[in-house]
Design a protein around this ligand. Structure first.
Ligand code: GDP
Length: 307
């Protein structure tokens, strides 16, 4: 069974580990968000692609949800001593990823090429595709000006008011090679429990991807990142509010209309089911907060079996 997953970072990583425990990795294609890519100390950092790759390789720091397990931060301390900005934490071994990516991009390789190489070297059998090789930057509009996603989320700790979100560069971008084809020929498309506005939103903003989701014959199944009126983690609620979306599975479904066929929602949200059905989305009630490896696998199996 060919499974395609649309993925952000930490929430996606958990479900992807479960999917990888349930289907052969070679049958899994991940389409990753690059809207929160950024440049730190002259290096091209792709936080979501790295989180997905590290998760599938079994080397992600599971507690933090980003970066490598057993990481050290000596370079970060040394950079601080030089007076560099150190609000974005780059681990010592993680730096090797960013150095390799940056060098490849400077030599003219595409982001897809270097992403595939990094994943293969980490022992990942799944195909990890950036949504696009073109630069797309998610910009957060605040009363004090525009911030990149990492400035908003990491530097400002998501404490500033959000008045809007733009996907800069998206209108002129094209999907990376393989993205549209993977969606069209999939047996199942999974929308991971990721931030609908800043993780999945940028993927959908690339012209051609939403059309492929509308046209594929594969069922498109999502897992709600919103449980009981709040995000399981991170700033999804504030960002959905800025977009005028209700902070509930209904807001998630509205963001993914009209191609979402089924949405897994938490037991505590079961009252939403009739309204979801009215939106044309089948509601599937399950335990969707993943607190352990066993839980990740159980949820992945549920997604795979109930399509
Ligand atoms: P980010 O780039 O690190 O923000 O990564 P994602 O967008 O993939 O992950 C954040 C989203 O995942 C948030 O909206 C969370 O509410 C959601 N999330 C995190 N863990 C879980 C979980 O165990 N279950 C569900 N249903 N959602 C989760």
């Amino acid at each position: 069974m060919r499974v395609v997953a649309l993925a952000g970072g930490t929430g996606a990583a958990k479900l992807l580990r479960g999917l990888a425990a349930s289907v052969p990795q070679r049958d899994l294609t991940v389409i990753g968000n690059t809207g929160d890519d950024t440049e730190i100390w002259g290096l091209h950092v792709s936080p979501d692609l790295d989180t997905v790759t590290y998760a599938l390789a079994g080397i992600l720091d599971v507690e933090r949800g980003w970066g490598l397990a057993d990481e050290t931060f000596h370079c970060l301390s040394a950079m601080a001593a030089y007076g560099a900005d150190t609000w974005f934490n780059l681990g010592d071994r993680d730096l090797a990823t960013h150095l390799t990516r940056t060098r490849a991009l400077r030599e003219g390789q595409s982001l897809s090429m270097v992403t595939a190489r990094l994943a293969a070297r980490a022992g990942v059998g799944a195909r990890v595709l950036p949504m696009s090789d073109d630069p797309i930057r998610t910009m957060i509009r605040t009363p004090g000006g525009r911030l990149t996603f990492q400035e908003y989320f990491v530097r400002e700790k998501a404490l500033v008011e959000v008045v809007g979100v733009d996907y800069e560069g998206a209108a002129a971008a094209t999907p990376a090679a393989g993205v549209v084809d993977a969606i069209r020929t999939a047996d199942l498309v999974v929308v991971c429990p990721s931030n609908p506005v800043t993780s999945v939103g940028p993927i959908l903003a690339v012209p051609g991807i939403a059309d492929a989701l509308r046209e594929t014959t594969a069922p498109v199944v999502g897992v709600s990142p919103i449980v009981g009126g709040a995000a399981v983690s991170g700033p999804a609620a504030a960002l959905m509010h800025a977009r005028g979306l209700p902070i509930s599975p209904l807001g998630v479904a509205a963001a993914y209309a009209p191609w979402l066929r089924r949405l897994l929602i938490d037991r505590s949200d079961r009252a939403c089911a009739p309204d979801l059905e009215r939106l044309g989305v089948a509601a599937d009630v399950a335990d969707i907060v993943m607190k352990s490896r066993a839980h990740e696998t159980a949820l992945a199996r549920h997604v795979l079996e109930r399509r």
